[in-house]
Design a protein around this ligand. Sequence first.
Ligand code: ZN
Length: 163
Amino acid sequence: MAIRQIRIMGDDRLEKVCKPVKEITPRTRELILDMLDTMYEAGGVGLAAPQVGILKRIVVIDVGEGPIVMINPEILETSGEQTGQEGCLSLPGQAGIVTRPNYVKVKAFNENMEEYELEGEELLARAVCHECDHLDGIMYVRHVEGDLFDVTGDEDAEDAEES
Ligand code: ZN
């Protein structure tokens, strides 16, 4: 396991549509473990493979309830709305206000390529939408209402959820 370098906005890998995963190889497993390490090290709640330069449809999330691995995720259903602060490990020290669904139902495969469905609300729903956007080359700044603002030096974890 290793910490990988997180790509910063402006890197063209963050603007590409990622390819579906067809099979899990030892390299894919290593990538997933590295993504989890990298996300925890950076203190984020989610990380998508393109953020470490790999153009595959793989996402990891942990909103404080344990790690979730989503391969080839597909949002099946959304409902409601939440408006709140959002940040991204690929744009450190900044945040913006983004409206997202308050509920999502997503279909994905786990690290053994077993299909499962997941329902999430609030922060988990936000993280799922944010990470799935990364797989289509979309940074959250495209959804921001108003201006980005600086959160550097803000040690309040609740206000600095980055994914
Ligand atoms: Zn992000």
